[in-house]
Design a protein around this ligand. Sequence first.
Ligand SMILES: NC(=O)c1ccc[n+]([C@@H]2O[C@H](COP(=O)([O-])OP(=O)(O)OC[C@H]3O[C@@H](n4cnc5c(N)ncnc54)[C@H](O)[C@@H]3O)[C@@H](O)[C@H]2O)c1
Length: 261
Amino acid sequence: MSETDVERPRVVLVTGAAGGMGATHASTLAADGWTVLLADVADATPVAEKIAADGGRATAYPLDVTDRAAWDRLVQEVREEHGALHGLVNNAGVSRRLRFMDTPPDVWSRVMAINVDGPFHGIQACAPLMRDSGGGSIVNISSIAGQIGYFSPSYSTSKWALRGLTKSAAGELAAWGIRVNSVHPGLVETPLLAGSDGFVASAVASIPLGRMGRADEISDVVRFLLGEGSTYMSGAELTVDGALVSNGTYHRILTEMDGEL
Ligand SMILES: NC(=O)c1ccc[n+]([C@@H]2O[C@H](COP(=O)([O-])OP(=O)(O)OC[C@H]3O[C@@H](n4cnc5c(N)ncnc54)[C@H](O)[C@@H]3O)[C@@H](O)[C@H]2O)c1
């Protein structure tokens, strides 16, 4: 970190930071020297207090990512209180593991509102302040369900949509010095998967690395995309899944055949 960075800490906003992976992204970035703004419909204060107790800089803000007016108010507050914004992690997301014909229209709409409209509002609201701060980096948390066919239409479609949103924004915001990339985690141990033991056990059988991912393994990739090591990366997608997408099918077939070809 340069002297200038020490004088003016870089500021990043993480949505869905009250728990799960968002909380881990927040503490990882704070440990890296970022001033972290945690935004969530749930109370992120305990996470912010833990970061502060560990010597980091963090503030919790209430935010429903589907509410555009709330985004605009939050960004105005950030402009007044911190004077700059260099990073945005669109992490808030919900999953309803309902099969195609069992998905009611209201579930479809709600999942799309949080997982797609949320990041769209976030990018539109934050980009001008990031431009005024000299540019920055936006990371959209998609999923491997946005790279392959997945039985739950609302979740899969929302996560595929994030790829398009990422690439569209990357082209448009390059002129403002803002990079936009997406991260596609596989199965990661968080409350999102609570109560899905059968699903998880069966899915792990298709993961060549033989286990679920840890939240900190996703946070390390987010940190990379926000940082100085990725300054020529934009419009890209990084899959972090223990080789599930690239090799899951044949891994399972070989396992079931007990290695006999
Ligand atoms: N856990 C996994 O295996 C996995 C895999 C791939 C992708 N993801 C994605 O990673 C992201 C984080 O997932 P997680 O597993 O940590 O989930 P989680 O359920 O543990 O946490 C999600 C957070 O988002 C917040 N949130 C929900 N709706 C919101 C809204 N309208 N406005 C603001 N905040 C809201 C919740 O309060 C919660 O703190 C999600 O986008 C998810 O789709 C998760």
